[in-house]
Ligand binder design. Sequence first.
Ligand SMILES: Cc1cc2nc3c(=O)[nH]c(=O)nc-3n(C[C@H](O)[C@H](O)[C@H](O)COP(=O)(O)O)c2cc1C
Length: 193
Amino acid sequence: MDSFVRHIRKVEPVRVAVVCASHYGATRGIAERIAAELALAGLTVRVYDAAEPPHAEDVAGVDAFVIGSAVYMGHWLRDATTFVRRYQPTLLEHPVWLFSSGPLGTPATDAEATDILADTVPAEIIDFDSTVRPVGHRVFFGAIDPDSLSLAHRTIRRFPGAAEKIPAGDFRDWPQVEAWAREIARSLVKPAA
Ligand SMILES: Cc1cc2nc3c(=O)[nH]c(=O)nc-3n(C[C@H](O)[C@H](O)[C@H](O)COP(=O)(O)O)c2cc1C
């Protein structure tokens, strides 16, 4: 028995913070699905709204970060950007995955045959590529319900041609989201030696 006990090594849980910025909940839903998949893989996960980010002492205890934002007019939401800039030195020392929830509609390519997801690179990501060196950045299709939009967003949607680019509906691709989360889990959960 003693020798058996001696051979059980203490395995520390891997703690992941999933931080997201979401105006209407679509990105929050993606963050929660990622978190659920990571938890299934045995990781200790907590989802934070970037508007109420983890405190510095909580950040210090996190092993890996998944950070995502909805995209509006080509940009991440400010709360997500602020979180990344505030904790940049810590993020640089940890594995970080970034995601964006943006494009709406079902076609994978536009009229010029450009891959819509690959072509959606929020302005901030170019900067974060060098400042936090993420393991990866993934763009997911998003969702909008026109009835819940703010007056400003409704007005933008009334610009000529805008409603076709911002169609109503939920285009989130859950199998794609889950597959990405499993990729993250695989790289964080190392098989026992
Ligand atoms: C006014 C407006 C502007 C948008 N601009 C973009 C954009 O530039 N690029 C993009 O990929 N998606 C854009 N979207 C789509 C949103 O990013 C998408 O609906 C997202 O999933 C919303 O997430 P949220 O509910 O978490 O805020 C826009 C949506 C609206 C209503």
